[in-house]
Design a protein around this ligand. Structure first.
Ligand code: JS2
Length: 294
C-alpha cells in the first residue's frame, strides 16, 4: 500500500472531523440565533411592550361594566362571545398582516347606534376630551362607545401558528409592522365611528402644538375621510389651548385652513371656535387662579 495512502486517509479523516465540527458549530449558532430571535414562548421578539397582563379579565370586566351598568340598554350583549371574537381576530395570525376583515366578527357583535349630533372626535387632546365627556354626557368619543371603552390603553398581539398571546413583546409603532393588531383595530373602529356619524359633529383639537390639525393622524386620515355629507350637516371644531400653554395654532392658523378646505371639498359646512368655554371650564378646575378662568 502506497506510503502516501495512510497519510491521505489521515487527512481525509481529519477533514471529515473538521467539516463535522464546522456543521455542528454552525448548527448551534443558527439554533442560538433562532432561539434569541424567538422568545421562549416561540413568539418573535419585538421592541414594544407585550400584551397587557390579564387582558381577558380586563376586557370582559369592561364589557360587563359597560353593558350592565353604564349602558344597560346593551345588557343583552354576550361579553364572552365578544371576547372570543376579539381574541380570534389576531390569535395564531401573522401579527404584521392583520386586516380590517379580521375584526368584522367583533364589530358585528358590538354594534351600537349613536344618536345624531352626539359624535365627538379628537386629536392630540386625549386627556381633556375624556374629562369633558365624563362631565358632559351628551357627546360620545370613540372611547365612550362599547368597542373603544373595552380596548382603550390595552396592547395585544400574537404570532402565526401560536395559540398563545405574546405577553413579552408586541410591535411598536416604529417597527415596520404597520398592520399590527392594535393599529389595525383603531383604524378599523375609527372608520366605523366616522361612517356612523350624523347631524352636527364635533372635534376637539390642540392649539398648543405646532399644527392642531394633522393630515396623517387617525382623525385627519381616516375619520375626516369617512364623514359623509348626506349624513353630516356640519363639523364644529374646538381648538383648545393649555392653560398657561403656547398659542401655537388657532382657528385662523394654517392647519385649520387645511381642514376647512378639505371640508369645503366634501361639501360639509365647517365652523371653528378657539377655547370653547364649557371645555375651558373643565381646564379651569385644575387652574382656578388663572386669569383666563372665571
Ligand atoms: C393606541 C389608540 C390606544 O377622533 C379620535 C378617536 O376617535 C380615535 O380613535 O382617533 C382619533 C384620535 O386619533 P389621532 O387623530 O391620531 O390623535 P392622537 O392624539 O395621535 O391619538 C392617537 C391614538 C388614537 C387611537 N387610539 N391607539 N392605543 O389605547 C388607543 N386609544 C385610541 N383612541
Amino acid at each position: 500500500m502506497a506510503p502516501w495512502s495512510s497519510s491521505s486517509r489521515g487527512r481525509r479523516v481529519c477533514c471529515c472531523v473538521l467539516i463535522g465540527l464546522g456543521v455542528l458549530v454552525l448548527g448551534a449558532a443558527v439554533t442560538a440565533g433562532i432561539r434569541r430571535w424567538l422568545q421562549p414562548s416561540g413568539h418573535k421578539q419585538w421592541e414594544g411592550a407585550g400584551t397587557t397582563a390579564h387582558i381577558s379579565e380586563i376586557f370582559l370586566g369592561r364589557c360587563f361594566t359597560y353593558t350592565q351598568i353604564i349602558h344597560p340598554e346593551l345588557r343583552d350583549k354576550n361579553c364572552q362571545k365578544i371576547w372570543n371574537a376579539f381574541k380570534n381576530s389576531f390569535i395564531s395570525k401573522d401579527t404584521c398582516n392583520i386586516t380590517e376583515e379580521d375584526y368584522q366578527p367583533l364589530i358585528k357583535l358590538t354594534t351600537q347606534t349613536l344618536p345624531c349630533n352626539q359624535t365627538l372626535f379628537w386629536s392630540k387632546t386625549n386627556v381633556l376630551v375624556h374629562r369633558y365627556t365624563k362631565a358632559q354626557k351628551e357627546l360620545f368619543t370613540l372611547e365612550d362607545t362599547l368597542l373603544g371603552y373595552m380596548a382603550d390603553d390595552l396592547i395585544w398581539c400574537g404570532s402565526s401558528g401560536n395559540s398563545e398571546m405574546n405577553y413579552q413583546s408586541c410591535p411598536s409603532r416604529m417597527e415596520n409592522c404597520s398592520n399590527s393588531p392594535v393599529f389595525v383595530f383603531w383604524k378599523t373602529v375609527s372608520k366605523k365611528f366616522a361612517e356612523a356619524a350624523c347631524g352636527v359633529v364635533h372635534v376637539m383639537l390642540n392649539g398648543s402644538i405646532s399644527r392642531a390639525f394633522v393630515r396623517n393622524s387617525i382623525f385627519g386620515s381616516i375619520e375626516v375621510m369617512n364623514l359623509h355629507q348626506e349624513r353630516v350637516h356640519s363639523l364644529r371644531a374646538w381648538v383648545m389651548h393649555d392653560i398657561g400653554g403656547d398659542f401655537s395654532d388657532s382657528c385662523s392658523g394654517s392647519s385649520i385652513n387645511d381642514l376647512r378646505s378639505i371640508m369645503r371639498e366634501k361639501n360639509i359646512p365647517f365652523t371653528c371656535q378657539d377655547d370653547y368655554k364649557p371645555v375651558r371650564y373643565i381646564q379651569c378646575v385644575s387652574h382656578p387662579e388663572h386669569s383666563s378662568c372665571p
